[in-house]
Write a protein that binds this ligand. Structure first.
Ligand code: ADP
Ligand code: MG
Length: 386
């Protein structure tokens, strides 16, 4: 049974009635680590692992939500929605409802069943995938047209303000607006993008370290504060800057003492990552897979040494990936602190690499690691019956 058919059956069993199904892919940030909330450029793509939501309106103000992944439900009422004390998954549902209530999109309660293929907390943005699938579904059952850019902005606000993980716009935007077979070169200041075709001669392998990045929300917020502190210090001598995006490598070097070593290295990661993203977009468009891979590896080194968002397991996995035949480069994805890593491969070597990684990293993990060969997919959408 297809994913859409089985979620429909599960919904009918649990709640009764015919639901609308929406599905949203996962996101792979090829390069552009932590650049989004510094108003920089990022280069993500999407992959055909989906979060599906089945949803039907109710005649009252009740919301009944069930996650197949957690085997757990939650019920609450409009219009007052409060975040849980224990980071419950239903906070993401409440978060999206809460921002859509502000735009008067939601007039009644609903039943919702959620089922996702993505690793949860693995750095492939199951959170943004869930938010956008739910947002798309709620706007659609309200009889409104979805403005994809607006959807991304609303879902980012939901996660940053309601859930409290101060994420940038990359994940929600890539999942809402990405094009099949393409990477999304996103300018996070202008909130505008360009589609960059992914070369035929490039495969991306994703492997999960098996370490949950539960620290990620706290670590992410801490890095954001460090970047804000660096900008505030730099503004005392460079009053025209608004974000680290505006700082040149020369300006940064000249102000090393003013910043102190910690804020200097954090800023250096962002400033150099911006250059790498620009170069990677050019290399991708030219089909220069070897150059893309080299930039991906440089991004990882900078994320580890300057931004300090790697961990032992990611280091071991990136080393194994990088040592495989046909690998052009490897790095952590998402915010880091655990979760998945990616390797950039020439297609003929992909299967061999999967076997090698499975054996070598599997020995360390004590079981076969979860892995996935990226299949760039279309953005969030309604699933129509086959
Ligand atoms: P990532 O986005 O990298 O997967 P996050 O910690 O940002 O990691 O988000 C993971 C959280 O999102 C989960 O712990 C859960 O609260 C919520 N979530 C994602 N997918 C689902 C799902 N299918 N069912 C219920 N909650 C989900
Ligand atoms: Mg997330």
């Amino acid at each position: 049974m297809s994913g859409d058919a089985s979620i429909t059956v599960a919904f009918e069993r649990r709640f009764g009635g015919k639901p609308l199904i929406c599905r949203a892919p996962g996101r792979i940030n090829i390069i552009g680590a932590h650049a989004d909330y510094n108003e920089g450029l990022v280069l993500p793509t999407t992959t055909a692992l989906y979060t599906r939501v089945a949803i039907a309106s109710r005649h009252d103000q009740r919301i009944r939500a069930w996650s197949e992944n957690f085997g757990d439900g939650a019920e609450f009422d409009l219009p007052t929605l409060q975040r849980s004390d224990n980071r419950h998954w239903s906070d993401y549902v409440k978060a999206v409802v809460s921002v859509l209530q502000d735009t008067a999109c939601i007039k009644s309660g609903f039943d919702i069943l959620i089922n996702g293929d993505l690793p949860l907390g693995g750095g492939l943005s199951s959170s943004a995938s869930l938010e956008t699938a739910l947002g798309y579904a709620l706007i659609s059952i309200g009889g409104n047209e979805v403005d994809r850019r607006q959807l991304a902005l609303l879902c980012q606000r939901a996660e940053a303000e309601f859930v409290g993980a101060r994420c940038g716009i990359m994940d929600q935007y890539a999942i809402s607006c990405g094009a099949s077979g393409h990477a999304t070169l996103l300018d996070c200041r202008e909130i505008r993008h360009q589609d960059i075709p992914l070369p035929q001669g490039m495969d991306i392998l994703v492997v999960d370290t098996g370490v949950k990045h539960e620290l990620a929300a706290g670590g992410l917020n801490e890095r954001r504060e460090e970047c804000e502190a660096a900008v505030a210090a730099l503004q005392t001598v460079l009053p025209g800057i608004h974000a680290l995006r505006d700082v040149t490598p020369g300006q940064l070097e000249n102000n090393r003492e003013l910043l102190g070593e910690l804020l200097f290295t954090r800023s250096r990661h962002i400033v150099t990552e911006l250059q790498r993203v620009r170069e990677a977009a050019t290399a991708l468009a030219a089909g220069d897979v070897a150059r893309v891979g080299a930039l991906v590896s440089e991004s990882h080194a900078s994320s580890r040494d300057d931004y300090d968002v790697s961990c032992d397991e990611l280091e071991a996995l990136v080393e194994i990936l990088s040592g495989c035949r046909g690998c052009h480069g490897a790095r952590l994805v998402g915010a880091g602190f655990g979760g998945c890593a990616i390797g950039i491969f020439s297609p003929p070597y992909l299967e061999e690499a999967m076997n090698t990684v499975s054996a070598k990293y599997g020995r360390m993990l004590g079981r076969a690691p979860w892995m996935h060969a990226v299949r760039p997919s279309g953005p969030v959408d309604i699933s129509l019956p086959a």
